[in-house]
Design a protein around this ligand. Sequence first.
Ligand code: NAD
Length: 497
Amino acid sequence: MIKQVPLLINGEFITSKSTQLIDVTNPATQEVIAQVPCATDEEITQAIEGAKQAFEIWKEKSVGDRARVMLAYQALLKTHQEEIATILSQESGKTFPDAMGDVWRGIEVVEHAANVASLTMGETLENVARKIDCYSFTQPLGVCVGVTPFNFPAMIPLWMFPIAIACGNAFILKPSEQNPMTPVRLAELFIEAGAPSGILQVLHGGKEVVQQLLVHPDTPAISFVGSVAVGEYIYRTGTDHMKRVQAFAGAKNHMVIMPDAAKKQVINNIAGASVGAAGQRCMAISVAVFVGDSKKWIPEIKEALAKVRPGAWDDAEAGYGPQINPAAKERVLGFIAEGKAAGANCILDGSDVQVPGLPHGNFVGPTMFTNVTTDMSIYKEEIFGPVLITLEVETLEQAIALINENPYGNGTSIFTASGAAARKYQHEIKVGIVGINVPVPVPLPMFSFTGWRKSFYGDQHAYGKQAFKFYTETKTVTARWFEDDIDTGVNTTIDMK
Ligand code: NAD
């Protein structure tokens, strides 16, 4: 019998009463490894009600008590990193080292969440008027919701619930239905670390479950990471219901290659950054912009890409795994066909790649296009596959103008030996995350993950530093004390002289 992934409601991992089940498959084989239920209306209500009750108790816990749960959780995650990465690889297809990285980036956020005391401290100012002081506190919001994508099933849930809960909130996680076993394992370890019953609830399902969480009057804050279309919908619907929403969405990340760049570094870095993780990273480099003479490196870059081989998660030689599902593979193949039909030159074509022993895997080989123009769909759309497209310009100014016209603004990088070019790029580029001689510049949690334009909807970024602001309200107190009152008080020991 196929295992059913449990829901986590009020501290218990339960089998859903739902009859609506979705298969969880190994994307390298199509083997069904589990089934995930779409939570029923009753289960959603139970989770919200239970989270509300847990919140009332948890918010009164000392900040030290909350931080200590995060410290215990961090230690447990480190002990179980390989085990979590194995589950993650099997249900997502990621190579084992890539899966270990996915878990590790999440562990770093939990470490950061343990700093909740210093990161949620308020401000004070004495004598804002005569004998009047002013100070502020941060307080939690209530039941926060997180909706996460398939491509980082450990890191992205861990961007959200540890920080929200460290701030004193309760949290309902709705992970991707495509790889729900990793988040469930994360939740088990969270409970083992001492998280109280009901403070984290895990509901599975698709858009119907999200919709209910999105419009419910008792869920004041929604964090979302996923595609642009869904991100826009979540942002519109959530804010329409007067909620605090942040939606991290899609990307089209450009790498600018200046002619003075360290050629070996460019070639070594671009292959991993573009086709690594099967191109299924929101920070993947999908467009290489060659400035001037750097275009003469294209043949060597093609060679470097051609050497990367997709394969199974436990194949130590594999550079990356399959696309998440057959539809995702078809979508990537569709873009490759469209690129060819539009007149781009497909100098490396991974459409027909075969992985020995895995004939049913959703594999796409490394693919590279030249002669691309900005009106082609392969340039305009997020492909989310192992496809690198290239553009050629004469100057850095042209490269900057091109990138600033692209609707996405998640990540970008420039490779150059010139400090002046790097400085100009970092200053003028309208993209939130910039790498200088670093191809995938994912910031650590002490910074924020700062996509711009169509890559992010909201005002504060629910990761890292600003996440503490997202998950709290600020209360400002203005206080006046009358010395006469103290003088007449019987129990006071304060010496006002
Ligand atoms: P997706 O938008 O299909 O799904 C994300 C989540 O939304 C899932 O939990 C899914 O169940 C839910 N969902 C799907 N359709 C919905 C609907 N109509 N209404 C409500 N909820 C819905 O995204 P995906 O395919 O899982 O992830 C890939 C996308 O995520 C890519 O576009 C990638 O760029 C983006 N992403 C962005 C970042 C970032 O930080 N900007 C990080 C990772 C991934």
